[in-house]
Write a protein that binds this ligand. Structure first.
Ligand SMILES: [Zn+2]
Length: 500
């Protein structure tokens, strides 16, 4: 391990795009993971070596059949001690990382929850699945309700989700989701047998997806993320007790440490000074670290680790003024799109991977490791080969804004190019300037132009793909969506997305 996506390609001059690079941008990964790797003869030896590494490290382990996708909303990796943070310890997340593979450079394909999670749960970019801002009008400017009626932030039924893949393979599926954007009425329930969500301050409700969607609107937004996350974990424990002998797939989505940063008192610094936003955010992270400890204890006692796969990640990071902005949803700079990623499975070796990857790789990785099988045509690729030490060619792409003008970013050839509809493009050295401090677009015009061209080709393909999918899509249940409006609106107001 130790190779990086940024290491491929020559830097002294601009070279033409290679065949594989053109194919990936223009045609996607249409051949699926296995074939695309074997097309490159020079990869065969590393692939075989990687396979050996995995086999040697895993012994007689069988494919896991208890899979847990744990997403901690708004979690910056550089605030975790596993990722080198020194201001505090996050021991439970550290232990999880030691148990599996920690990806040093993982990136979200979007700057906020809905496009990010839509992409993670389908392995397609936000533009392809329609979870994207349109016509450069922000959600806040024209109103959440109107945007919902445009179905801009609804995962269409035509998409096949990770849960659907698992369900079809015989897994019992359950979601425990504490995030008002990821409403089960907004298409995210596809493929789940059971859906648990918080209502009010003390109630966790279960929706049995074999039943019609309930008619009554939910009320009383829940802003105490620590409390609702804890309640969801309690329900998760009870659900697991009922289903521990089954093949299971669980998505746990915790809202801590999303703003408004209201951690329990005991997690705040013992100081007379009023803690600032960064300190409160850190305190929330310490609280969610304890919750990760609870979750892993529950998994160990109910299922054990011999048949368990855990993917731990986030949907995006959080800004604290690094580029003049706070929170998320308005920029694709590293503080917002970098996420932690840890993969634990008995069939995988442990360690640290420096290859840059995207969370759109989560779906094919789970389908690969569990033996369910990776369908062709996904944008993401299984991470099994890079875990085994294989270098990877490719690019990183992010898009999907909640506020401000449309932005897109492309990382390739060791550079990160950022395109902004209303501002000059920027270019950063993706290896030497990971915090994106020095814009070198003007001094590296050739690379700026090259990546701009690559980005345009890629985005055109994604937009065309969306048109094809839209023509195949069935309309969503708009009546059910309207019933959900009140609860979602209240929750979004309480989280500060919308003003009265
Ligand atoms: Zn989020």
């Amino acid at each position: 391990m130790g190779s990086s996506i940024y290491d491929f390609g020559d830097r002294p001059g601009v070279r033409d795009m290679g065949h594989d690079e053109v194919a990936q941008i223009a045609g996607g990964n249409k051949n699926g993971v296995g074939k695309s790797i074997m097309q490159k003869q020079r990869w065969i030896l590393p692939v075989l070596l990687a396979m050996c590494t995995v086999v040697v490290s895993c012994g007689r382990a069988r494919a896991p059949d208890a899979v847990f996708l744990i997403v901690v909303d708004t979690l910056r990796p550089d605030r975790l001690s596993a990722y080198g943070y020194r201001a505090h310890e996050t021991p439970h997340i550290d232990r999880l990382a030691e148990r599996g593979v920690r990806f040093v450079h993982a990136q979200s394909p979007a700057s906020w929850t809905v496009p990010s999670m839509g992409a993670m749960l389908t392995s397609f970019y936000p533009t392809q699945i329609g979870l994207i801002e349109r016509q450069n009008v922000s959600m806040v400017a024209i109103g959440w309700q109107q945007r919902r009626q445009q179905q801009a932030y609804t995962l269409q039924l035509v998409e096949t989700t990770l849960a659907e893949h698992m369900q079809r393979a015989g897994f019992r599926t359950a979601a425990f989701v504490d995030q008002p954007f990821l409403s089960f009425r907004a298409g995210f329930l596809q493929g789940f047998d059971d859906w648990y969500y918080p209502v009010g301050r003390v109630t966790i409700r279960k929706h049995d997806t074999s039943e019609p969607i309930p008619a009554e609107p939910d009320t009383a937004p829940l802003v105490d993320a620590y409390r609702s996350d804890s309640l969801l974990i309690h329900e998760f424990d009870a659900w697991l007790a009922q289903n521990e002998d089954e093949k299971i797939f669980v998505w746990l989505h915790l809202l801590t440490p999303h703003r408004p940063y209201l951690p329990p008192e005991r997690y705040l610094p013992d100081s007379d000074e009023v803690p600032g936003p960064g300190e409160r955010y850190d305190a929330e992270i310490r609280s969610v670290d304890d919750m990760i400890g609870d979750i892993t204890r529950i998994i160990r006692s109910r299922v054990g680790f011999a048949r368990t796969m855990i993917v731990f990640t986030s949907d995006h990071g959080e800004g604290f003024g690094e580029h003049g902005m706070v929170e998320h949803g308005h920029t694709l700079h590293s503080e917002v799109v970098r996420v932690p990623l840890v993969v634990v499975a008995p069939t995988l070796s442990r360690g640290v991977v420096e290859v840059a990857v995207s969370t759109i790789d989560v779906l094919p990785t789970i389908l690969d490791v569990t033996g369910v099988g990776v369908p062709p045509g996904l944008e993401g690729r299984s991470l099994v080969s890079v875990i085994g030490g294989e270098p990877r060619e490719g690019l990183l792409f992010s898009e999907g804004m909640l506020y401000g003008s449309t932005e897109r970013s492309l990382t390739a050839h060791g550079y990160k190019f950022m395109w902004d509809q209303q501002a000059p493009s920027r270019l950063y050295d993706a290896r030497a300037d990971r915090d994106e401090v020095n814009d070198i677009a003007q001094t590296h015009r050739a690379w700026t132009n090259k990546l701009e061209g690559m980005l345009a080709v890629l985005h055109n393909r994604l937009a065309q793909d969306f048109t094809v999918r839209q023509n195949a899509a069935e309309p969503v249940d708009s009546l059910a969506m309207q019933r959900d409006e009140e609860r979602v609106l209240k929750s979004l107001k309480s989280l500060g997305y919308i003003n009265d």
